[in-house]
Write a protein that binds this ligand. Sequence first.
Ligand code: ZN
Length: 242
Amino acid sequence: MQVNSTPQLSNCADWHSHLYEPVFDLDRDDVIARAKAVGITRFCCDASKESDWIDIENLYKQYGKTTIRPGFGIHPWFSGATQPGWQDRLISKLDQYSDAVVAEIGIDWIRRAYVPFDVQTKTFLEQMEIARDLNRSVTIHCVRAWDKALALFKDFGRFSPEMTFHSFSGSIHDAQWLMLHYNAFFSFGVEIQTGKKESLVQTYKFLLDGAPQTIRFESDSPYMPLIKGTRNEPANIKIPSL
Ligand SMILES: [Zn+2]
């Protein structure tokens, strides 16, 4: 199946990246220019930990709001190392930047040996509540924990802003449930281009047929490259031909 009409890169964003990482310090202008040359003009820069927030602010100031969408939050891998008062500081950061989202937040079953799952869950839900109170979109990392995530959402209840599931790995059933209850979007990394992961391709095709408006693309730069050991960058995003 050739996919070249919908979805389009004309929504022009890399929906999840970490462009503030030092690995881009020497050539960030070039990285952004290469992405713009292939039609990607806006970059969601999502934090992993609180110390990233200042770097994201600096990128926002340097490149401007039409180029950088800031994401402030605590990633589940770092949710065991938060400093007291982070919640208030997150709220004030969101107050300061009206276009900022709460990201990257979530739960990761694989990492539970490093960060206890209850700690991950507590930090995730606290951030979901902040996002709900401030009516901010969220970008969610969920790895091998879809049954647990859906159970958490059932308890959590109403949430009107956009939820973008980064590097979506849930099932078709998960996607259906999320679309039914939330303003859900499903972001696919460059991995989808290979067509190698059968379940991922099935979910992608299901969304493409029935809800193409929910599909987003991301690089997760500098992570998740197609070639192991290399640095990923937003210009590597392409609409998959599957
Ligand atoms: Zn990420």
